[in-house]
Design a protein around this ligand. Structure first.
Ligand SMILES: Cc1cc2nc3c(=O)[nH]c(=O)nc-3n(C[C@H](O)[C@H](O)[C@H](O)COP(=O)(O)OP(=O)(O)OC[C@H]3O[C@@H](n4cnc5c(N)ncnc54)[C@H](O)[C@@H]3O)c2cc1C
Length: 488
């Protein structure tokens, strides 16, 4: 949606944020703000960095007066194109980065949306507390982005995803007004916090959140188990959960991912190892030791080649570095990758993992898959080189088959990365038109003019698959490869 912005209107906008540096119009600035960590790309007309909730309200009201769409943005680490602008205003919230209060008695924190996830846990540490949702992007991603995507992470197997940790929100609506949405201790009336969390910036802009903090466990035990096959490792995951152990995390990496992290972090992984499972258990000392012992014997009985318990915090950190930095390490294998985020019932994991590999072979594309195995949430990464003519069509076709596979297995299109632009036109695979129309009505109730993130999360009625405005993986003509994020 492109609406011209007059010089007078721009002067108004600069007056709102008080400094020309926070209103960016130059081609380069608009270009670099056109993407997140997905393969999507589209340019905003103007990039604005407000510095307070009052400024957010005023910018949103300004956009409404001038008929411009607004795309909220945190750190831009999203993987489904949610923060890719729909023309208009890109509203970057990273200057709202204050931790307003930590209440150790109530175990809550009040934060602005631009607070970085990991920094909240670090601030809570002196009180023996932490913020549980831990996306692997946690050194960069913001609480605002986490709320909008209902983000998860390895530890969410035990602690639940973002929606389980939000008590109250302050939200700026499409007309620039601000409302309080409360879920604590139990929502009175409609659960609007539940509705807002996961709404991908389509209903409003979160300008403050009260979130839960949880106590740090007395003991943590982290194990790694090397398997000769992914399917065996996936079966071991099922056995652990059926045995009554409730691990904090059960994370699995395939051989291609191990090749990447091996190269990136100089880890020597023996050639016979085709899957590495990381299991973490926590609780009271005795409880953690018992659970670790049980996991160890289940892994051995399930065909593990080796099982090791991290003996020191440094060894534990080493294992988590391999897993949490796996995505970045994939750049060692290919200049581009397209990550999927399907979720399937856990019992279907062994078969689905084999089928994902088969889809890669069918399209001549290498796959690298890591997964929050305990949640049945897989991330198959399709590796490619965007400079190869026609490759992106094969990448999209393989991706479509992966989505179909998830639905056929009784699963769904996204576990944690959201729908955004990437999965929007596939929602019909899991929802009937009447279901989608009910969601459109919710959107219209919050945002009658369709100004917030207008093209995201919901398909237009009757449209199966739309050509999107731009895709980072397709190098725009005249742009050198390095300018379109080919380093992944
Ligand atoms: C290396 C890597 C690892 C990752 N690992 C995980 C993982 O383990 N688990 C996981 O769930 N995700 C993961 N992600 C995806 C991503 O980090 C999360 O979706 C994260 O929550 C996005 O936060 P952000 O601040 O970058 O948001 P952005 O990408 O900037 O925005 C994401 C969405 O939130 C909306 N938004 C942002 N701020 C607000 C606000 N204040 N109000 C309303 N809407 C807003 C945007 O419009 C957009 O729709 C990973 C990404 C990378 C690059």
């Amino acid at each position: 949606m492109t609406v011209s912005i007059s010089a007078d209107a721009l002067r108004e906008l600069i007056a709102i944020v008080g400094d020309g540096r926070y209103v960016q119009l130059k081609v380069d600035d608009r270009y670099v703000h056109g993407s997140d960590a997905s393969v999507e790309w589209a340019e905003p007309q103007v990039v604005v960095y407000p510095g307070s909730p009052e400024e957010v309200r005023a910018v949103v009201a300004w956009a409404a007066r001038h008929g411009l769409p607004v795309t909220p943005r945190g750190a831009g680490t999203g993987l489904s194109g949610g923060a890719v602008p729909s023309g208009g205003v890109l509203l970057v919230l990273t200057r709202l980065d204050r931790i307003l209060d930590i209440d150790p008695q109530a175990r809550t924190a009040r934060v602005e949306p631009g607070v970085v996830n990991l920094e909240l846990s670090e601030a809570a540490e002196p009180f023996g507390l932490f913020y549980a949702p831990d996306p692997s992007s946690q050194p960069a991603c913001t609480i605002g982005g986490n709320l909008a995507e209902n983000s998860g992470g390895p530890r969410c197997l035990a602690y639940g995803v973002t929606s389980n940790h939000v008590r109250r929100l302050m939200v700026v609506l499409a007309d620039g007004s601000e409302v309080e949405l409360s879920a604590a201790p139990d929502p009175l009336g409609y659960d609007l916090v539940g509705l807002f969390v996961g709404s991908e910036g389509t209903l409003g802009v979160a300008v403050e959140a009260e979130v839960r903090l949880v106590p740090r466990p007395e003991a943590i035990r982290t194990l790694s188990a090397a398997f000769p096959e992914m399917a065996l490792a996936a079966e071991a995951v099922n056995r652990v959960l059926l045995a009554g152990v409730r691990p904090v995390a059960l994370e699995l990496m395939d051989r291609a991912t191990l090749d990447a992290v091996g190269q990136a972090f100089r880890e020597a992984v023996p050639p016979e190892v085709k899957a590495l499972l990381i299991a973490e258990v926590a609780g009271l000392q005795e409880e953690a030791d018992w659970a670790a012992g049980l996991c160890r014997s289940i892994f051995a009985e399930s065909g593990a080649l080796a099982v090791e318990l991290a003996a020191t915090p440094a060894e534990r950190d080493r294992l988590w570095r391999m897993r949490k930095r796996a995505r970045g390490a994939l750049g060692r294998l290919a200049p581009n990758y397209y990550v999927h985020d399907i979720t399937v019932p856990r019992h279907a994991l062994p078969a689905v993992l084999v089928q994902v590999e088969a889809i890669g072979r069918k399209y001549g594309l290498r796959m690298a898959t890591y997964l929050h195995a305990g949640d049945g949430n897989l991330h198959p990464n399709i590796l490619f080189d965007a400079r190869e003519p026609g490759v992106f069509d094969r990448v999209l076709a393989a991706g479509e088959e992966i989505l179909g596979l998830a639905v056929e297995a009784g699963g769904t299109l996204s576990g944690e990365h959201g729908i955004g632009l990437e999965k929007r036109d596939y929602l019909g695979l899991v929802f009937a038109e009447a279901d989608l129309e009910a969601m459109r009505k919710v959107k219209r109730a919050f945002d009658p003019a369709g100004r917030f993130n207008p093209d995201k999360a919901l398909p237009q009625p009757g449209i199966c698959r739309e050509v999107r405005p731009g895709v980072k993986g397709r190098v725009p003509e005249g742009k050198p490869a390095a300018e379109v994020g080919l380093e992944g």
